[in-house]
Design a protein around this ligand. Sequence first.
Ligand SMILES: NC(=O)c1ccc[n+]([C@@H]2O[C@H](COP(=O)([O-])OP(=O)(O)OC[C@H]3O[C@@H](n4cnc5c(N)ncnc54)[C@H](O)[C@@H]3O)[C@@H](O)[C@H]2O)c1
Length: 261
Amino acid sequence: MSSPTFPELAGRRAIVTGAATGIGRAIAVALSGQSVRVAICDIDAPAAAAAAAAVGVGAIAVAIDVRKRESVTTAFAEVEAAFGGYDILVANAGVSTMRPALDLTDDEWDYNFDVNARGIFLTNQIAARRFKSQGHGVIVNTASLAAKVGAPLLAHYSASKFAVLGWTQALARELAPLGLRVNAVCPGFVSTGMQEREVAWEAALRGVTPERVVDDYIAQTPLGRLEQPEDVADVAVFLCSNSARFMTGQGVNVTGGVYMT
Ligand SMILES: NC(=O)c1ccc[n+]([C@@H]2O[C@H](COP(=O)([O-])OP(=O)(O)OC[C@H]3O[C@@H](n4cnc5c(N)ncnc54)[C@H](O)[C@@H]3O)[C@@H](O)[C@H]2O)c1
């Protein structure tokens, strides 16, 4: 384990949702590298248990469905019981599907909004109530490049991620007088299971090869490669740290330059 860059984080306790894999898992690993105890909360309980074992020291796995208030309440209570409380929420769980807007079904719209938008609402609200009563705490939400600019074939996903930024800004304004910060990261084209699924869907919908889809992602990225989960994780950890003490309500682009404003 490398030396903590942010010593003030050592001994803190974090909830990371959607942490069994992908970006969430990388955030859990990066927080653990700062000597933060991490609760890996995910709907995929076996994968969460495997991730917790891999993260090691002090990490626990907790089953959660971020779409359901009762599940979030129970899961966060489980973390409190194990850790004696928590100081950091990284609300990262998210899903996507791909479809032309004119072919979208109600079910697809609801699924994306239930996980991506409602999941942020429920997890943020329950954690923020605790942070308010204890007088400290920090929230980082995972939004997206698609929260800044509408993405073709992802209208429903984009709309749900715009909702994440709207919520993040409003909550940040409400909690700022209490000294509580709320920010978001906006990743670009990140190599994860979600991207693998999207590449296959997009290739089929556009009638091109998966390799062509990936090449197009890279061509849109000034820094010239696919993003890695660790690229996002390092920024998420920074936003949790005191080095980001004067940042709140931000949707921080971590896209390799795909989007610059
Ligand atoms: N991969 C990308 O290119 C990319 C780009 C921008 C934003 N994002 C966002 O980053 C976040 C992580 O995405 P990823 O690429 O790591 O995806 P991923 O599919 O690899 O991981 C998502 C995790 O969320 C979990 N999850 C799904 N539904 C859940 C639910 N209802 N309750 C709890 N957990 C649930 C999954 O089991 C999985 O472990 C998402 O919010 C996604 O929208 C990803």
